[in-house]
Design a protein around this ligand. Structure first.
Ligand code: NAD
Length: 502
């Protein structure tokens, strides 16, 4: 098997998981990576009960000590970055530089979480009553269920797990059924970090602190339904998010949703076009258009439209579509044939709506891998197909004349994840990021829509689900807030001056 060398480097043995429920093939060439058994729903329920037991112990460990475990996880990930990054490439198909980047993102969030483990600050609030103090405290929440998508098969777990762990929670992970192998490798690396930690501090990390459940949607549904899971963090399609949100809301649980995007960029007349073209290319064709932040809609000022389109066509014709492990490849394979079919169907609809399509055809690269040349589609306006996220490298281009119209087009779709403007006009830039500008969770100036850093809160509005993960104060999602009022006086004054003498 192509990945046995990687398994050896990661000191990782898949045999305990071998079965016949899931057949995992590399999108690179269609070769078999593994056949795995899935967990049953009964096993999933047991795992959640075990996670609850682990939580009860872990919440009592001081946060900076919890941070030490995450520090060691970061250390182990650093040591295995190359092999893990290659395994991401083998199983998810993204080019090696992006596979390594995904592992780097895991390391970055571990570093961030370690610092945070000493900064889970609450507030002290002025009380209206004499001899009273009010404060806000943050406490561990419970079992965090994490459901992840195929396109970031490991980083999204790390965004959630690193924060959830330092916040004092246990974690149960349901990776995508398309990418369980690299998830199991991460689980093995986590076990290594626990081993290192326990060599210094025995009996601190409870058993089953972080678990993994392999399987299809039914396993995610067990998490969504379970009252043992106060927070379900789910990353994937809008269709999935609607189901998870509904089931979790039914029991009044908390869901943190990171769903589809339909991201746009505006290229204004003053834009630095050499920067804009690089940003357009990386955002639109990087990861073969399979990022939630991939650029899908481009609004170009009519004064530069033809020039920009001609240049994108030239770049698209030369961009290397190929083996994601080869150093000069920029566009790797689609995840599977269904993604190719969805892309062709979208292109067909775009043609029917007046679009002129360049590219989009299948390219023969390796074995059964499904490779495509990125498609550029000049549209007469923002038609119906542009309101949908097609998870493939299709870039629709529309002309605009007035910035307000371009911003309205940016905001006119149901999704609200990422957006960008290229301009050197400070008024345009500031308008775009202002209250009357982009309605997305991410609004960038002179950089593309994809490639967020972990320091900021990541997520989007509207159908993207409203969740925020990763940096800033996203940690608050993984804790419960208590407001404490402490009376150190010898009287009992009531708030709002209410009298109640007995
Ligand atoms: P998907 O929705 O098919 O699957 C995602 C995960 O949800 C999988 O683990 C799947 O098993 C699980 N799932 C599906 N139905 C479920 C249900 N009813 N209950 C519980 N779990 C269920 O998505 P995908 O094809 O793997 O990923 C692509 C999508 O993910 C795109 O729409 C992309 O934009 C989105 N995505 C969003 C972000 C973000 O941060 N906003 C990041 C990555 C991917």
């Amino acid at each position: 098997m192509p990945s046995s060398r990687l398994f050896a480097t990661l000191n990782f043995d898949l045999s305990a998981y071998t079965g016949s429920d899931l057949t995992i093939r590399s999108p690179r060439d269609g070769q078999l990576l593994a056949t795995l058994k899935a967990h049953t729903t009964a096993q999933a329920e047991t795992a959640l009960a075990d996670a609850q037991t682990a939580f009860l112990a872990w919440r009592e460990v001081p946060a900076p000590v919890r941070g030490e475990l995450v520090r060691l996880l970061g250390e182990v990930l650093r040591e295995h970055r190359q092999a893990l990054g290659e395994l991401v490439t083998q199983e998810a198909g993204k080019i090696l530089s992006e596979g390594l980047g995904e592992v780097q993102e895991m390391i970055d969030i571990c570093d961030f979480a370690v610092g945070l483990s000493r900064q889970l600050h609450g507030l002290t609030i002025a009380s209206e009553r004499p001899g009273h103090r009010m404060m806000e405290t943050w406490h561990p929440l419970g079992v965090c269920g994490v459901i992840t998508a195929f396109n970031f098969p490991v980083a999204v777990w790390a965004w959630n797990a690193a924060l959830a762990l330092i916040c004092g929670n246990s974690v149960v992970w349901k990776p995508s059924e398309k990418t369980p192998v690299v998830a199991l490798a991460v689980q093995a690396l986590f076990a290594k970090a626990v081993e290192r930690f326990s060599a210094q501090r025995p009996n601190v990390v409870p058993a089953k602190l972080c678990q993994i459940l392999i399987g299809h949607a039914n396993i995610g549904e067990v998490m969504s339904r379970s009252p043992l899971v106060p927070l379900v963090s789910a990353t994937g399609s809008v269709r999935m998010g609607r189901k998870v949100a509904t089931v979790v809301a039914e029991r009044l649980g908390r869901s943190l949703l990171e769903l589809g995007g339909n991201n746009a960029m505006i290229v204004a007349p003053s834009a630095d076009l050499s920067l804009a073209l690089r940003a357009i290319t990386f955002s639109a064709v990087g990861t073969a258009g399979q990022r939630c932040t991939s650029l899908r809609r481009l609004f170009v000022h009519s004064s530069i439209h033809d020039q920009v389109v001609a240049q994108i066509k030239r770049i698209y014709a030369s961009v290397k579509v190929g083996d994601p492990l080869a150093a000069d490849t920029l566009v790797g394979p689609l995840i599977d044939k269904a993604a190719f079919d969805a892309m062709q169907s979208a292109l067909q609809q775009a043609r029917g709506q007046g679009g002129e399509v360049t590219g989009g055809e299948r390219v023969d690269v390796l074995g059964d891998g499904v490779y495509v040349r990125p498609a550029l589609v000049c549209m007469p306006g923002q038609t119906a197909i542009m309101h949908h996220e097609t998870f493939a490298p299709i870039l629709y281009v529309v002309k605009y004349d007035d910035l307000a119209d371009a911003i309205a087009l940016n905001n006119a779709v149901p999704q609200g994840l990422s957006s960008a403007i290229f301009t050197n006009d400070v008024r345009e830039a500031e308008t775009f990021v202002s209250a009357v500008g982009s309605d997305c969770g991410l609004a960038n100036v002179n950089i593309g829509t994809s490639g967020a850093e972990i320091g900021g809160a990541f997520g989007g509005e509207k159908e993207t689900g409203g969740g925020r993960e990763s940096g800033s104060d996203a940690w608050k999602n993984y804790m419960r807030r208590a407001t404490n009022t402490i009376n150190y006086s010898k009287t009992l004054p009531l708030a709002q001056g209410v009298k109640f003498d007995i």
